[in-house]
Design a protein around this ligand. Sequence first.
Ligand SMILES: Cc1ncc(COP(=O)(O)O)c(C=O)c1O
Length: 388
Amino acid sequence: MFDMLARQPDDPLLALIGLFRKDARPGKIDLGVGVYRDETGATPIFRAVKAAEKALLETQQTKSYIGPEGDAVYLDLLWSLTGGNKTGRAVAGVQTPGGSGALRLAADLLQGMGVKRILLGLPSWPNHASIFKAAGLEIVAYPFFDVPSQTVLFDRMVEALDGASAGDAVLLHASCHNPSGGVLTSLQWQEIAAIVERRGLLPLVDLAYQGFGRGLEEDVVGLRSLLAAVPEALVAISSSKSFGLYRERTGAIFAVAASQVLADTARSNLAALARISYSMPPDHGAAIVRGILESEALKADWMQELDGMRARIQTIRQSLAAGLKGRWPSLAAMADQEGMFSLLPLSEAEVLRLRADHGIYMPTSGRINIAGLKTSDVDAVVSKFIAL
Ligand SMILES: Cc1ncc(COP(=O)(O)O)c(C=O)c1O
């Protein structure tokens, strides 16, 4: 009966990886894939991850089942890293297969609670809309970022949130907005928190790049001011980028509530949803994160390496902004954007021309992964863009 199925289109970003691989030109450059790359083009394993893995190999006593909630110690440590513990809010979490698993459990929970709609600022990470739709939620889209002027459309965001109905959910990127790099100021976060509280909305915050923006603490300032102001929230965390654990599928979903009883009830529902889907989360990545965060020495080393990655991204950001603003004055704003991504104001034809003529790969949206560039390639790439 498989002939009843329609063939699904390839995920455009995954298809781009395939095209890049097939390109035999030696100087080709991949600005598409959403992983951190170092100066050699590698996606490195953190030193602290290797050390924690070694320790695990020697000390781990069992591979027995861990339970749908996952490891409570990992969850506590991860929550502390967000500073969520400092808000004094009641919270309960469940370990998940990556940030995607966290978002899917959150979406299923919302649907089960009777939430019908979720507000989503566009553009966003494409999987957001797919996950929410798959869970049966209606997406209420609003424009979040204007590519030609490189500005966050904060007025449009406020208008959308203000026009929402009590009981609607709203997806918020904690920091390092994917794909735009657009930044919300602390004051804007406070304004959002006040509207969310006033309108009775339920925020779902996606924290997938902590440490890649301004710093581990700075990247959760908005999240913390939101948590201080709203009665309830869901926070989906991915450890994929922050710990470089992409394929280990490591993440968590936290429910913040007005009382511990309510938070625990939310957790029991999240765990029940996990049980009927994948049963229990993979644990190797979470055990590594736990090993790092439990050890002062490993944590310090991890933070140092993360600081280095962020600094590399910021340096290349500055160079790109300086080089590209001559042709596109609005791209001066790239220097103040954050995280791995920015959205260039290129037409589809220009993106395809860069690919065909120069082996420079990015999706047709014009999103570039700044970490995909080596410092030594920046000038050459800038000149190719300018000559478009
Ligand atoms: C904004 C955002 N959220 C969540 C995720 C999910 O990450 P993962 O499922 O790999 O942990 C990603 C991955 O690219 C992302 O960009």
